[in-house]
Design a protein around this ligand. Structure first.
Ligand code: FES
Length: 312
């Protein structure tokens, strides 16, 4: 299966194109190459695939197919600025330095020697699957039959309190199964949206749905329906009243400590009142106030992440 991404993921007559934008009829009688066919199935990898493995020019690998296809077709226009070569290739997690290193042919991984791997920079075990297009992502999976469709009503405000939500009309839309608001979410079950190797450092500061919205686009209402159309229609019929609260739009001002409303109910008994009101959940300083041995998470959504050895 060819992954459809928002970046060039295939080439037509050796010219990279955006899979998601390229009309199929234009490809008739033309030579199409995808990441899966860049190198022979049983043969050696394309040099650009090898370079991405050597520099570990990926993290999650979602953009890797498009980046390699673009680089493989254009790297030969050497001398062109990298930004120009990769124009339209968006990476959400690697940060481009590793990608640049890969295209420039730098090597960051060391040889994986039996019995001598500790302390060495080894490549991600998933690397070969990522550079050949074999790794599967959510979008590669066919939809499950009878799956419900979810649509979200989001906040138009940077900071506001939800005063009322009227969902009666939305519930009348044919095909709507359920509508969820902050009232359906237990206040004592926050989670963290951050994902670091040491999961102890990320505060559980986010509720699935919150009564206070803290950025434009925050989830306010969830609608589950039989079809996408029904869910969209129901979202249009939902009315939300907000009490607008002061917001910070200046990055320097945002760096200053500030008070914010907090949804967490639990506070370590010996944490100072000021600390417990600062920021959200557990700030680093507040983390230090927790007694040793009490930091272990029990959140059902978080499990310790194994280290993969990826240098990125
Ligand atoms: Fe994850 Fe580029 S988007 S590696």
């Amino acid at each position: 299966m060819t992954r459809v991404t928002a970046v060039p993921a295939r080439s037509v007559d050796d010219k990279p194109v955006h899979s998601c934008l390229y009309p199929a009829f234009r490809a008739r009688d033309r030579r199409i190459t995808t990441i899966e066919g860049l190198s022979p199935a049983e043969g050696p990898l394309h040099p650009m695939q090898e370079q991405f493995l050597a520099a570990q020019g990926f993290q999650c690998g979602f953009c890797t197919a498009g980046t390699i296809m673009t680089a493989a077709a254009k790297c030969c226009a050497m001398g062109a600025p990298m930004e120009r070569v990769l124009k339209g290739n968006l990476c959400r997690c690697t940060g481009y330095r590793a990608i640049r290193d890969a295209i420039e042919g730098h090597r960051h991984v060391q040889e994986d020697l039996p019995g001598a791997s500790v302390g060495r920079s080894l490549g991600s075990p998933l690397g070969p699957a990522l550079v050949t297009g074999q790794a599967r992502f959510t979008a590669d999976e066919p939809p499950i039959p009878d799956l419900l469709h979810l649509k979200v009503v989001r906040s138009p405000h940077a900071h506001a309190r939800v005063v009322a939500i009227r969902k009666e009309a939305a519930l009348q839309v044919a095909g709507v199964h359920s509508i969820f608001t902050w009232e359906d979410v237990p206040l004592h079950r926050p989670f963290t949206s951050a994902t670091h190797d040491d999961y102890h450092v990320d505060p559980d500061d986010t509720l699935m749905l919150d009564r206070v919205v803290r950025f434009v686009g925050q989830r306010v209402v969830l609608v589950a329906a039989d079809s996408e159309q029904a869910a969209v229609l129901a979202c249009d019929k939902i009315e939300v009243d907000y009490e607008i609260l002061p917001a910070v739009f200046d990055p320097e001002e945002a760096m200053r400590p500030m008070l914010r409303s907090c949804t967490k109910a639990k506070t370590p008994p010996h944490a100072s009142p000021t600390r417990s009101a600062m920021c959200c959940g557990r700030s680093t300083a507040r983390m230090a106030a927790w007694p040793p041995g009490s930091r272990k998470r029990t959140s059902p959504w978080r499990t310790p992440m194994p280290r993969t050895g990826s240098p990125t």
